[in-house]
Write a protein that binds this ligand. Structure first.
Ligand SMILES: O=P(O)(O)OC[C@H]1O[C@H](O)[C@H](O)[C@@H](O)[C@@H]1O
Length: 500
């Protein structure tokens, strides 16, 4: 087990040394704690570690076997041990491995992309103006984020996303669409997800024409049984985790929204980050420093939440996407060997876009009793045509990271800012398919390395099963055909029945 106690002793030693002091004492800090990978720059100078603490963190990376673990991932070894599977999202976007299984998977992914390109062209050529993408969780959040971030005003088809089982979501999504000019894609790795099957049936019936219904699934039989013709089903595989799947045919809506070439540029950006994460030495490795910073804030400083604050409207869905990526991957309390963990794992991830959130929850970030470490994300060139706005956006981004770190003293406690609130700044040269691919892949690898340090499986999600099972048992109770076992649920069902 990596040595978290040593990290805590460094945190105790630094308890009275705020970030502002570290910056004063280490004139090179701003430069020394920055890294660049292509268009992605990162600055960690406002984190609360010093050189000795960083040495301890890199020693932990070594003890935990980060480099070996990265190889195991990319080579397609069974990193998802509880389900006996690989997690080869890297094979969806490049050739990061010479291992035969990983190469075979890359080849399958490339073949699927050829089919996907043909289907994208067919949909665009068919005169369809709108596409409804039906999926949830990993079959929704990634495509939704990327399609929204890279949306083009002159796109030939508009893509809409439908996830929630609440019928209001279907009603709102379909309102204003013309069934004769709309296609649907049902995305579900298992093709057994309640929300997607119910919403998929609504959209299929509303369309009234099966010829415009497509599917992406690892379960072709179930998709076919739903009435979707095999030539309109794109594949998924059990060696890809749902929340790591936007690089596969799950990205079909992305390719429809931004074009297949730009979708492939997104993959190329992620592949570049894969190569960096696998090959850069630990001290030059952005995925490693990002992961170590997360471990420092969680296990050395004991900080229980983490904010993600994109200063770019186009990245407004990044916090939602990262909530699943990070919290479904790392929200575990048993180690791979089944032993309960002695350390805390994932903090609560939350956030929202700046500058909006400055006017909502930033008060608490500056003066609340909980210190919340934050990832700020900015874009140097906005290309939105409003330069004055963009300068204001960047000024706010820089100001917030500075104010949180440095604080400001005052004789009036109500007007004092304690400062010493850590943040990382991630800066993209521009928001392009390539840079966005890199950014997402950075988070994927950081999450994986954190799981390695904790000895947990980042690729299962058994925690979501129980609620689904209980919901299925309660369906007949809601129809009045059965009784619930739980006394509170029974009382609630009676209340609902009396008002329904
Ligand atoms: O793609 P599907 O099989 O429909 O799964 C959709 C989602 O539902 C599950 O409950 C999991 O929590 C997610 O990891 C998954 O992405």
């Amino acid at each position: 087990m990596p040595d978290f106690a040593t990290l805590r002793s460094h945190a105790a030693r630094l308890a009275d040394t705020p970030v502002a002091r570290l910056l004063q004492d280490e004139p090179e800090r701003a430069r020394a704690l920055s890294l660049r990978v292509g268009p992605l720059y990162a600055n960690f100078a406002r984190q609360r570690y010093d050189g000795a603490a960083l040495d301890a963190l890199y020693a932990l990376a070594d003890d935990a076997g980060f480099a070996r673990a990265m190889r195991r991932l990319l080579d397609g070894e069974t990193v998802n041990a509880t389900e006996g599977r690989a997690a080869l999202h890297s094979a969806l976007r490049g050739d990061a491995s010479t291992a035969p299984f990983a190469r075979e998977c890359s080849a399958q992914a490339a073949q699927a992309r050829v089919r996907m390109r043909t289907l994208v062209e067919a949909v665009v050529a068919s005169g369809v103006t709108d596409v409804v993408s039906v999926g949830i969780g990993g079959s929704d959040l990634g495509p939704r984020l990327v399609a929204d971030a890279l949306a083009q005003p002159d796109a030939r088809v508009r893509v809409h996303f439908l996830s929630n089982v609440d019928g209001n979501a279907a009603r709102r999504t379909l309102a204003g669409l013309d069934p004769a000019k709309t296609a649907a894609i049902l995305i579900s790795k298992t093709f057994g997800t309640q929300e997607t099957l119910l919403n998929g049936a609504i959209v299929r019936d509303w369309l009234g024409d099966d010829a415009r219904v497509y599917a992406v699934s690892a379960n072709v039989e179930r998709a076919a049984a739903f009435g979707i013709a095999p030539e309109r089903i794109l594949p998924m595989w059990d060696w890809v985790g749902g929340r790591y799947s936007l690089w596969s045919a799950v990205g079909f809506p992305i390719a429809l929204a931004i074009g297949m070439d730009r979708f492939e540029a997104l993959l190329a950006g992620a592949a570049e980050l894969d190569a960096h994460a696998a090959n850069a030495s630990p001290r030059e490795n952005l995925a490693i420093l990002h992961a170590l910073t997360a471990l420092w804030n969680r296990n050395a400083l004991g900080l229980a939440t983490q904010a993600v604050l994109p200063y770019d409207e186009r990245l407004r869905l990044l916090p939602n996407y990262l909530q699943q990526l990070v919290m479904e991957s790392l929200g575990k309390s048993a180690r791979l060997d089944g032993v309960p963990l002695a350390e805390d794992t994932v903090p609560v991830w939350w956030g929202g876009p700046g500058t909006d959130t400055q006017h909502s929850f930033f008060q608490a970030l500056h003066q609340g009793t909980q210190v919340v470490p934050a990832d700020f994300i900015g874009v140097v060139r906005s290309e939105d045509g409003f330069e004055g706005n963009h300068r204001a956006l960047l000024a706010n981004l820089l100001a917030q990271t500075e104010a949180l770190a440095n604080g400001q003293s005052s004789d009036d406690p109500h007007r004092a800012y304690a400062g010493n609130r850590p943040s990382t700044l991630l800066l993209l040269d521009a928001l392009t398919p390539q840079s966005l691919g890199m950014l997402i892949a950075l988070y994927e690898h950081s999450v994986y390395l954190q799981s390695v340090a904790w000895g947990i499986n980042a690729f299962d999600q058994f925690g979501v099963e129980l609620g689904k099972q209980v919901a299925n048992r309660l369906l007949p109770a809601l129809e009045g055909k059965a009784e619930a076992d739980d006394p509170v649920t029974r009382a609630l069902l009676a209340e609902i029945a009396s008002r329904g």
